[in-house]
Design a protein around this ligand. Sequence first.
Ligand code: SF4
Length: 336
Amino acid sequence: MSSQYFKLFSTCIPVKGQSESLICDIEYGQIFPIPNLLFEILKSNKTKNIEQLKDAYNGKLDKGIDAYFNLFAEKNLGFYTDTPEEFPDLNLKWQSPYKIRNAVIEIENLENYSISNTLTQLNDLGCEGIQIRILTTIDLDALLAEFECVVGSRIKYIEIFLPFNADTPFEKLIKWRNFDPRITKIIQYNALEEKVIEYKENYYKDVFFLTKKSLSSTSKEQYSLDRFAFNIDTFAEAQKHNIGLNRKISIDSFGNIKNYLTHKSTFGNINDTLISNVINLTEFKKDWNTNNTKIEKCNQCQFRFSCVSNVEIIKKNRKHYKLEECNFNPLTNQWN
Ligand code: SF4
């Protein structure tokens, strides 16, 4: 066996962090933490068979190499082969025909700006997903009427966050739920309990649930493994783009257009500015290509190709930093 090669599947990609590394299985959305020494071994392994690999470490890691490779084979992360050249690396070149891929729309009332016009503009730009954040208890029937333009549109999914209101008849929510299959998530925040009302396992993970969390805490940057995106599309996009900001647009409750809701910079108001004009502004797109590899601290983090942090990026002395520090420390590998 030792003259054979061991190959990770092309969708199982090692990523080095400052104190720990990962194998990201971007086909099945799983991660396997590995020590940094193993990352280096896997790097050497690309050009060496197992025997040559063991020789490179003077026979000191024979047992460890066998144990890990057997484990990886068992966990379906890789395989033994005599013909490694037949299994090239995955091409991580990323492109998208869409000028805007996702949007966040904040709604406080039906007067501040036209929701149907905003949705129509986003559809025209090929926007794939929209998150709607309703801040107050508003007339749900009147709001639903604004969504007529979504039916038959190119929009693929819509997630709706609305405040829990005990006086809202459940039938009204079901009416929203059944309005159009593009409405994939309805989340009532500030509820009295955590309760899943409906869950469908599909590409967009259809859910309808109540949560005790407030919208501010659900919308604030939260960093945890379950918030990272381990999939081929995101991983490929993250090689050259900022996956939290690239091709994203946000409209706050006053109609102000931003790259992301929490950012200070605004680029006009939706009442008198077309989204198509804003997304052509260089300043609006300035951080779309500032991926985590270019940002201090993130460049040492093993989650940099999966972390969809939307935080504003600042530049100091030619270096990029996130305006707010996250709660993960790649140097110590600890979550705060
Ligand atoms: S913000 Fe940066 S350091 Fe924090 S988890 Fe994301 S990539 Fe890692």
